[in-house]
Structure formats: structure tokens, C-alpha cells
Write a protein of this length. Sequence first.
Length: 85
Amino acid sequence: DMVTQRVAYMNTSLNPEVMGKTHGTSKHIESKRCKEIYEDPDFQAKVLEKSPAVAAMVRLYKIAVEVNEFQTKELAECSASFAAN
């Protein structure tokens, strides 16, 4: 099916024990301070200006989000038309 074809290249069996978790340092004061710094739009703009590689990654991420939104919409439309038949 279409979904399988889109993700067939990913081998998810390489790390079957990996489970999503929150990072253990998230409760520390230093972690909160860093989070505030990195969430600051002025700081983010400075990082993007000083690091073309980071700016490129951010652009790629934003494009990936757009592609994902399009694919989600496309899959919903396909599912709807399949269900109607």
C-alpha cells in the first residue's frame, strides 16, 4: 500500500528496545535555564545567522513539516475515497 511504500526504506528493527522517554536532566535548574535561552527568538536568529549549517537544517525541517502535512492530507483523501468505494 501507499504508506508501506513511503516508509519501506526504514529499518525499524535495528533498535527494537528503543522507547521514547523524557530526558533525565529536564528537571534541573540548568536545564530550565538552557531551555529559556534556546526558546528566545533573538538567540535563535543569532544562531541561524552565525551557523549556515544550522540554518540549512532548520529550512530542511520546515520543508519536511510541509511535506508531512501534504502527505497526511493526501492519505486522508485516499482513505476517504477508498472507504467510499
